[in-house]
Every structure is written in C-alpha cells, then in structure tokens.
Design a protein around this ligand. Structure first.
Ligand SMILES: [Zn+2]
Length: 302
C-alpha cells in the first residue's frame, strides 16, 4: 500500500507540480478576445473568466461555449445534469439556450452506419503549454495558453482547451465508454472543431491519472499547472476518425461545430476514472437525432 502511494506521489511530483493559486481569481490569462463577462456571481462554480475556448466565435449572446453561462436570471438556476436542470430543461433555462431544444444539428450523436471515405488525415502539432486546471462546476477543464495546432478536415485550428465527460457523450453503435475527452479547437475565424477521444477503463495512463489527481475538488477552483501540458498525451496511436457537423454539447448548444471522433480509444485506470467520477458522475448530454446528417469515417472501423 505504501509503495503504491509512493509511486503515485512521485508520479504527481514528476508531472504536475501544481501551484495552488487564489481560486478562480486569475485563470484569465488567455481570454484572447477580452471575453471577460462574469455574469454569474451567485454560484462559485460559474464565474469563469472567458478561459473557455479563449475566443468568441461570433458569440452575439455574450456567453461562452462550454456553458459557464448556465444562469437563469430569474430563478438563479444554473444548467447542469440533475433532474431539475438537466439536458431536457436546458432550452427553458435561458433564452440564449433555445437551440438546445430546437436545433436540428445537435451533438452528441450515436455513431452508426458511417460512410468510409478518403478523408484528410488528422495531423496534430500540439506543444507543451502553460495551463490552468479548472473545476468549473460542469467538468474539469484544462485551458492552454499556447497548446499548438491541429489539421482537421484539411484546415488548421488552434487547440484552446480540453475537458472531460463521464460517460462518453458520443456512442458507437449504441455503446458508450467510461469517459470522453473533448479537445476544443478554433480557427482564425473562430470556427470550432472538436476532437472527441473515447476513454475506456483499462491500463494505467500516467498523464490522465496525474491530471485527475491534480484536478481541483471544488467547483469554482482553478489552479495553474506548474509544468507545461502537451495534449498529445491524450491521443491514441492512430488518428482515424468519424466526422460530422454538430454542436456544442452544453448550453448554448451552438451549431456549426465540426466533430472528429477518434475511432481508437485510450485507456484510463479504474483509479483515474474514479477520481473523475467522484467529481462528475454524469456530465454527459444524451445523444441527439441525426436529422439526416451523414457521418463519414476516414477508415473502415475495426
Ligand atoms: Zn465537451
């Protein structure tokens, strides 16, 4: 037992010497477009500082994309995943969340019947970057100051942040995995492209386990990663993918998001999974109807 603890401790020391900072007061180093609205003072979980995707993708409502908004100004009820504020309620919680109810190109989806095509390979050029780990009341989000780029569908995007869902939001032939990580990218016009990586319980994954161990326990808290984070560590060996046009999976459910869900999953240990689900046991939106959308695959799935 002691040996195992010692191993974990040294693992943590090696990759994540974290400097605990003064809560959420300063994770705003990367709101590149000055998107600093802090419309949510009632809930510690929600005063985010525009560090979501670090951009503003023609966001006329002045809310962000990973749903820090979530605030009903009359009732004071934030969006979430519980019985009274979960996905079936989102559209009614705030007028800017309407698309969550009326959108016809929503995410996530069940991936089935994908059409294999000759598609551009995903190439990533991620790099080690200063990062902020935040428990934002909806997930653990890792915002990167300068995380590098990826070529997705033949276009170049910048990696802004990544965050986690349990279980996976997408399913493949109806089957969910234990978790899914979303890598959020934006191009120079603030068009969004997400890579989804399925995480299944299995072999240890030092990067994920250290990250989960270091994640702030309390909603609203953010910490700086003392050492840089390279998101390459989140990727499987092969980058074959499914792709379709969808949306944010959290309010405001904005559409026009290009999705790239990787075919190969990565593993996370039972301990790492437990550490996340201790915080967020169910933060996935149910799959949404395709409404005629086509899912393509870059390779024949195994
Ligand atoms: Zn997500």
């Amino acid at each position: 037992m002691q040996r195992r603890f010692g191993f974990l401790a040294s693992l943590l020391c090696y990759s994540f010497f974290l400097l605990i900072t003064s809560g959420c007061g300063h994770s705003d180093q990367d709101h590149t477009h000055g998107e600093t609205h802090e419309h949510d003072h009632a809930h510690g979980a929600d005063h985010d500082h525009g560090d979501h995707h670090g951009h503003d993708h023609a966001d006329h409502h002045g809310h962000d994309h990973e749903g820090e908004h979530g605030h009903d100004h009359e009732a004071g009820l934030s969006w979430g995943y519980a019985a009274n504020n979960g996905p079936t309620h989102w559209a009614h919680l705030d007028h800017s969340f309407e698309l969550c109810g009326t959108g016809l190109a929503q995410s996530p989806v069940d991936i089935a019947g994908a059409i294999t095509q000759n598609l551009p390979a995903i190439r990533t050029h991620y790099k080690a970057s200063a990062a902020v780990l935040k428990n934002n009341g909806h997930t653990i989000k890792v915002t990167l100051a300068d995380g590098g780029t990826a070529e997705l569908g033949g276009k170049i995007y910048e990696l802004k942040e990544f965050h986690f869902h349990a279980q996976s939001e997408h399913s493949i032939d109806g089957a969910h995995t234990a978790m899914e990580v979303h890598l959020v990218h934006a191009d120079e016009h603030d068009k969004l492209a997400y890579i989804g990586v399925m995480l299944r319980e299995g072999a240890a994954n030092a990067f994920l386990e250290a990250l989960m161990a270091a994640a702030p326990r309390h909603a609203g808290l953010a910490i700086d990663a003392k050492d840089p984070i390279d998101a390459t560590a989140l990727l499987p060996v092969t980058l074959d993918y499914y792709s379709y046009s969808g949306s944010l999976t959290t309010p405001s459910c904005d559409e026009g998001v290009s999705w790239f869900v990787l075919q190969e999953a990565v593993t996370i240990s039972a301990e790492g999974l437990q550490q996340f689900t201790n915080l967020y046991q169910n933060n996935r939106r149910p799959t949404q109807p395709l409404n005629g959308r086509v899912i393509v695959a870059s390779a024949q799935p195994n």
